[in-house]
Design a protein around this ligand. Structure first.
Ligand code: BYC
Length: 475
């Protein structure tokens, strides 16, 4: 039964008959999907120490308790309304923001919301088998926290579809539960969300790099003239920050352990012989998930992006920080375009058409800052000369001007033959995956214990000790 006690919210759900009716229909389908496609093996007999958002203020936001996964209270939250908010960019700059969807922008807005919504359950599906191979209870709990919050992000998009898009919104909400990651017949909409995440190194690299695409896309949607979309995505960003923490600190802890094992082996031994993950392998996963996530920003030159901006649907990340006119109808962006022979030509592109690239610039900078932290705080601190590096944005691309061409991680062009011959140096191959699967075969479920390939975290969750029983098995 739908009730506002079961569904924490600040959208006046109890009095909103239309939304209640739509959710009454959708929620059972969601719960079926969660059981079938959500975390496998942890639905019925485990209590997980999770954070549940029960209101948007700090106290309600940080509510921690044990909960069984299917009983998690997925809520609907919008960040507080800013009074007299005005459109901040594009052709309607300065006009009041919209509280209803303008008819002429109904289709593109629905498409943006569906694309965003599609990624959320996709990631839960991608990660569903990881619990059986976890490196610790601490990490297991973090995986489930990420999963329930991605589920809540789906709820957030479904709330918008149900509330503002009538019958087609309801149909789209159902379709979000029907497409599945990796399905041959009905896959998820964006490529990265059809890739398997079956090792914990994949999980940490995905939460570092792909969740960070979530951050850049949510930042740009949070500028939207459609105020409910802006407020919904603003609240989602607070959760996204935790997901990136899980990814960044997860890889930092693997690097830490690798450094320890290298030191113990006198820097000459192959750390794989002692169950560690060598730096070269970590670099391959950085290369793979970073390049996949670059693709998620769309083509360098995009009329879709230009229209979204002109019409005020999707802005730039942190629009306020740009010192230009926020209209961009006369500005240009200098972009390296490739001619048919593969030569790079620095070309002028109307700024509005280059906005996917502008967002990608922001994204690359944010990723680089994280990689710098790994290098400084772990590799340099251990006195190693090795460094993790982001590959060139030309490397391994399937969307945009570099798609169908080949480049090495430094961005040097390669022939198709050279690429075929050398790509296994830079991207994970089946043997790499097999190795990672071999070291995660036995899950670590004992409080305070960690798999040999990862160091413990500096501190536990919510000021609890690292050896707290974050996931409890029911007797
Ligand atoms: N794969 O002009 P173009 C997250 C399509 S992650 C497949 O280049 P546009 C999360 C594109 O749809 C953030 N198809 O691109 C992270 C278009 O198709 P149509 C998710 C792709 O539209 C971790 C055509 O190619 N949010 O939240 O300017 C865990 C040409 O389009 C791809 C969003 O994405 C691709 N990689 O930009 C959980 C925000 N790239 O329309 C969650 C909403 C492009 O011709 N989406 N295509 O049929 C958008 O803002 C934009 O649609 C995109 C693409 C940035 C995705």
């Amino acid at each position: 039964m739908i009730s506002s006690e079961r569904i924490p919210n600040n959208v006046g759900l109890a009095a909103n008959k239309k939304l209640l009716r739509a959710l009454e229909h959708w929620q059972p389908q969601y719960l079926d999907w969660w059981r079938d496609m959500g975390p496998q093996g942890f639905q019925d007999h485990h209590q997980v120490y999770l954070r549940t958002a029960i209101s948007v203020d700090a106290a309600g936001w940080a509510h921690f308790d044990y909960v069984k996964l299917p009983e998690y209270r997925w809520g609907i939250f919008l960040a507080e309304q800013t009074s007299d908010r005005r459109i901040g960019f594009g052709d309607f700059k300065g006009q009041p923001v919209w509280n209803e969807v303008p008819g002429e922008f109904r289709n593109p807005l629905r498409r943006l919301i569906v694309l965003q919504g599609d990624t959320e359950p996709a990631s839960v599906e991608q990660q569903r088998m990881l619990g059986a191979h976890c490196p610790s209870l601490y990490d297991l709990r973090n995986l489930f926290q990420v999963n329930v919050e991605e589920g809540r992000h789906l709820w957030a998009m479904v709330y918008l579809l149900h509330s503002y898009f009538g019958r087609d919104g309801r149909e789209e909400a159902e379709a979000l539960l029907e497409r599945n990651s990796g399905s041959a017949d009905s896959p998820r909409m964006l490529e990265a969300f059809n890739e398997p995440i079956d090792t914990w190194l994949d999980f940490f690299a995905f939460t570092m790099f792909t969740d960070r695409d979530g951050k850049s896309q949510l930042l740009s949607l949070s500028e939207s003239s459609l105020d409910p979309l802006a407020r919904t995505t603003r609240f989602m960003l607070t959760e996204e920050a935790h997901h990136m923490f899980v990814g960044e600190s997860g890889i930092a802890r693997i690097l830490e352990r690798t450094c320890q094992l290298m030191k113990e082996g006198g820097y000459s031994e192959d750390v794989r012989k002692v169950g560690g993950i060598d730096l070269a392998l970590i670099q391959k996963f950085v290369n793979f998930w970073f390049s996949q996530s670059l693709d998620l920003h769309g083509s360098e030159v995009s009329s879709n992006a230009a229209n979204y901006f002109a019409n005020g649907l999707k802005g730039r990340a942190e629009e306020d920080k740009f010192e230009d006119d926020h209209v961009l109808d006369t500005s240009i962006y200098m972009l390296d375009l490739l001619d048919d022979a593969g030569h790079v030509n620095r070309s002028e592109v109307p700024m509005r058409n280059a906005l996917n690239e502008v967002l990608r610039d922001w994204y690359v900078g944010d990723c680089q800052a994280g990689v710098d932290r790994w290098n400084k705080r772990v590799l340099e601190a251990h006195g190693l000369a090795d460094r993790i590096a982001l590959p060139s944005r030309k490397f391994n691309r399937n969307i945009g001007i570099y798609a169908g061409r080949h480049f090495d991680p430094e961005g040097h062009p390669l022939s198709a033959e050279e690429w075929q011959r050398r790509k296994s140096e830079w991207l994970p191959v089946p043997a790499d995956k097999d190795y990672l699967r071999s070291i995660q075969t036995i899950p670590v479920y004992k409080p305070g214990q960690f798999a040999n390939y990862i160091a413990p975290p500096a501190r536990g969750i919510n000021r609890l000790p690292v050896d707290f029983e974050y996931v409890r098995t029911e007797a």
